[in-house]
Design a binder for this molecule. Structure first.
Ligand SMILES: Cc1cc2nc3c(=O)[nH]c(=O)nc-3n(C[C@H](O)[C@H](O)[C@H](O)COP(=O)(O)OP(=O)(O)OC[C@H]3O[C@@H](n4cnc5c(N)ncnc54)[C@H](O)[C@@H]3O)c2cc1C
Length: 363
């Protein structure tokens, strides 16, 4: 019996893969529905289709351009991205898991480990504390992971605060914007259209997030009307994080499996689910296997983030002017950010001036 805590993309996709292998799987989800509250922009590269074909109702928009903005510089690069309705996406994977035979218990909150091979949970419908027997427990319970805490898996990890709201704004319906520079210390701001007149506008920061968010909102929209909030924590990938301790495993945000460049965690968590499924079925060491399968990619994102964090506005200007070249645009279109190793290798080979940015890391 395998118990997965959390019916986000990481937990549900893992449940689907394990159930398909004939394992008895139960997901515990503390909310009364899967997929809400939404705390995400829901934008992914088309690499998501390596995992499954999305249903049409999950897709809010397909975008073919990103507009990169820094100070007065602005360039447009062709991409191939999908904006999802995040609640429908989570429900879509949860249904896949159920169809494969997994059980989902809604309103069940993981509390703590009991004696060996058993956990204490709260049935929130009637506030009763119950015991569940389980051979394996997986914490797919997000950045605050109670499973990690209960297992004594220490978290020295850092989190960005991702402050996002829906606002009324008309923008190019085929493009999303990313905003960089000193105004966005150590991360960036974004504007992603979800419909003709509604945009998901956000910013990530370690501190002063509110102040930075409202400044961005005012500069970009000229007003302050918020339709609804969709904020949350974005973990910074921690390569030292322990993700398996005996029969306890962590996945997704709970394991900091997020691209440090963009804060995107959906695709890395799907890939991690494939690795973890294989580890559970074949009794492999997940700490090692994850490093082998995804460690180098996530580390590269982290290193790029460290370089970006040292950028001056002048450096962003230089980066944008290199990106404007046709040969660079072609590489950016061919290799998306979910394939960072060929992306960076090809950029360096075709445009050696990118080495200038590597020097910043070691300066
Ligand atoms: C503002 C913002 C914007 C983002 N935008 C993007 C984006 O555009 N693209 C992208 O790829 N990523 C984005 N991310 C990151 C992405 O949302 C996460 O990486 C992703 O949701 C991780 O999935 P998960 O399954 O690990 O965790 P979650 O999606 O957080 O799911 C965890 C689940 O566990 C449940 N849970 C928690 N504790 C318990 C408990 N004790 N008992 C039972 N259930 C519990 C929760 O209710 C939740 O359903 C964004 C994040 C933020 C904050």
């Amino acid at each position: 019996m395998i118990t997965i805590v959390g019916a986000g993309p990481a937990g549900s996709y893992l449940a689907y893969l394990l159930a398909k292998q004939g394992k008895e799987v139960t997901i515990l989800e503390e909310h009364n529905t899967v997929g809400s509250p939404v705390q995400c922009t829901g934008i992914v590269t088309h690499s998501i289709e390596k995992f499954f074909k999305l249903k049409n109702e999950v897709i809010a928009k397909k975008l073919d351009k990103v507009i990169v903005v820094s100070n007065n510089n602005r360039i447009t690069v062709n991409v191939d991205e999908i904006v999802m309705w995040r609640d429908k996406f989570d429900q879509f994977i949860a249904e896949m898991a159920q169809d494969a035979g997994a059980e989902i218990l809604l309103n069940y909150q993981f509390l703590k480990f009991n004696e060996k091979n058993s956990i204490k949970v709260k049935d929130k419908k009637n506030n009763k504390i119950k015991e569940i027997k389980t051979d394996v427990i997986v914490g797919a319970d997000g950045p605050y992971s109670s499973v990690a805490k209960a297992a004594g898996i220490n978290s020295n990890s850092k989190n960005y605060i991702g402050m996002q709201a829906k606002v009324k704004l008309k923008m190019d319906q085929n493009a999303f914007e990313t905003h960089f520079g000193q105004e966005f210390p150590k991360f960036f701001g974004w504007c992603v259209p979800e419909s003709e007149d509604i945009v998901r506008l956000g910013i990530g920061c370690f501190e002063n997030t509110q102040e930075n968010f409202y400044r961005f909102l005012k500069n970009r929209t000229g007003k302050k009307d918020i339709l609804c909030w969709e904020s949350g924590l974005i973990p910074l990938y921690n390569p030292k994080r322990m993700i398996q301790k005996d029969n306890v495993y962590l996945i997704g945000d709970a394991a900091t499996q997020v691209k440090a460049t963009t804060g995107g965690g959906i695709i890395p968590s799907l890939k991690a689910a494939q690795t973890l499924c294989d580890c559970i079925i074949s009794n492999k060491n997940y700490n090692k296997e994850f490093k082998k399968q995804s460690g180098r990619e996530l580390l590269l994102h982290l290193k790029i983030r460290n370089v970006l964090n040292k950028f001056s506005d002048k450096d962003y200007g230089k980066l944008l002017s290199l990106m404007e070249q046709e040969k660079v645009r072609k590489i950016l279109k061919k290799y998306d950010r979910d394939n960072p190793i060929p992306l960076v290798v090809n950029l360096l080979l075709r445009e050696p001036r990118f080495f200038y940015f590597a020097k910043i890391l070691f300066a």
